[in-house]
Design a binder for this molecule. Structure first.
Ligand SMILES: NC(=O)c1ccc[n+]([C@@H]2O[C@H](COP(=O)([O-])OP(=O)(O)OC[C@H]3O[C@@H](n4cnc5c(N)ncnc54)[C@H](O)[C@@H]3O)[C@@H](O)[C@H]2O)c1
Length: 375
């Protein structure tokens, strides 16, 4: 049996195993590009019904309902209209970054479970407000980092947790594209709030922080620039209002140093591979264009065996599952079983704190302390 046939068979078996007697009533806020991936996954789940859609652009949610085959879904404009009118079990927040916080907090305050797209929000202040609302609601809030479910990503964490690298003391991470500034709502200050730093930087940060157990960030010296976005050669330079490159030196609890660089555009192929250095060994994760937090090739561990300096190449694991589907399914399961959020807000708050710290430090032109209250 071919892999493709086998995975279809496995998918059918999994779908059969789900209890579809009570359907989860789901709403989607923001019916743009990423909402398409959410609805595709939800529609494959026999125990989920997408019953409501909201988008502030007139006609957009209705056209989406038509195109993606949920004509019975109730259509709204602003998310507050949907929340006032509907009884929902869960919501996917698929809006641009600038409205992540208000949509998520409004859902949680109404007792609705939330799957929030990445990055968590724009500022640390918003992140703290989201975390407080999550705690007060007692509901599931998961953040949309699907690379967490990639077996190659999981291998990095397994290597670190195995002790093979010894004590971790220095990390370099980041990545990016030679030319690859996205358009539309990703580049305006009012909708995106942050640029490459939040859009793809959050993935790089999650890759390494998740592998080392998300230590608290303490201080940051950050830099950001917009030379490519503001260049007259770039077609949307007149509306470009965010960063297209960011870099930082971050001190983490436990004495670990995090050296970070991320780019939507640069005169370079890559700002460097991800490396995690430990007292017994180090791992190199080949860089990618970093569109979606994937890794660029086999991991290499540099260590000593029997007194010899050895390089161990870890073959890439074949991924026959769709990480996006797992992101959605694991959220649905957590809601149904009253379980833990698959990608917890408490962890991603530290990711957000670093992004916010880089931005503020860059604006101040000096190192700053990162202060995260106990919530
Ligand atoms: N996980 C991934 O792989 C992935 C990939 C792409 C984008 N994203 C994230 O998804 C988010 C959305 O990206 P996109 O490309 O779909 O953006 P988009 O601009 O295409 O869609 C966002 C939609 O939200 C609507 N909206 C904003 N505020 C609203 C509100 N209060 N009520 C109702 N509607 C509202 C806008 O009108 C817009 O149609 C971004 O934060 C982005 O970073 C994640």
């Amino acid at each position: 049996m071919s892999d493709a046939v086998l995975s279809q068979f496995k998918k059918a078996e999994e779908e059969k195993a789900v209890d579809a007697t009570k359907k989860l009533r789901v709403g989607i806020i923001g019916t743009g590009w990423i909402a398409e991936a959410h609805i595709d996954s939800y529609k494959r789940m026999p125990d989920v019904e997408v019953v409501a859609l909201a988008d502030i652009i007139p006609g957009k949610a209705a056209a989406f309902a038509e195109k993606y085959g949920v004509p019975a879904a109730h259509i709204y404009g602003h998310h507050t209209e949907m929340l006032a009118a509907e009884e929902l079990d869960a919501v996917s927040v698929c809006t641009y970054n600038a409205t992540h916080a208000e949509c998520t907090i409004d859902c949680l305050n109404k007792g609705i479970n939330v799957l929030l797209e990445k990055p968590m929000c724009v500022t640390l202040e918003e992140g703290i407000a989201i975390r407080k609302a999550e705690k007060e609601s007692g509901k599931v809030l998961s953040i949309g980092f699907q690379p967490r479910f990639d077996p190659n990503m999981q291998m990095i964490k397994k290597i670190v947790e195995s002790g093979e690298l010894g004590e971790i003391y220095y990390i370099q991470t980041g990545g990016g594209r030679r030319r690859g500034i996205p358009g539309s709502t990703f580049i305006e200050k009012s909708t995106a709030g942050i640029g490459a730093l939040g859009d793809i930087g959050c993935y790089s940060l999650d890759m390494v922080l998740n592998s080392i157990g998300y230590p608290k960030p303490l201080t940051v010296s950050g830099y950001k620039s917009d030379f490519f976005g503001k260049s007259p050669d770039y077609e949307h330079h007149d509306v470009f209002g965010v960063d297209d490159f960011a870099a930082a030196f971050v001190r983490l609890e436990g004495g670990i140093i995090l050296d970070f660089r991320i780019a939507w555009a640069m005169n370079l192929d890559t700002p460097g591979d991800t490396i995690i250095m430990g007292t017994k060994g180090s791992v190199r994760v080949p860089s990618t264009e970093c569109w979606n937090g994937s890794i660029g090739g086999p991991l290499v561990i540099y260590h000593e065996i029997a007194g010899e300096q050895i390089e161990t190449h870890i073959p890439m694991k074949h991924n026959d599952v769709d990480c996006f589907d797992i992101k959605i399914r694991s959220f649905v399961d957590a809601v149904k079983e009253d379980g833990e959020a698959p990608v917890p807000c408490g962890q991603i708050l530290y990711n957000q704190a670093i992004i916010d710290g880089i931005s503020r430090s860059a604006e101040l032109g000096r190192e700053i302390e990162i202060e995260i209250p106990e919530i």
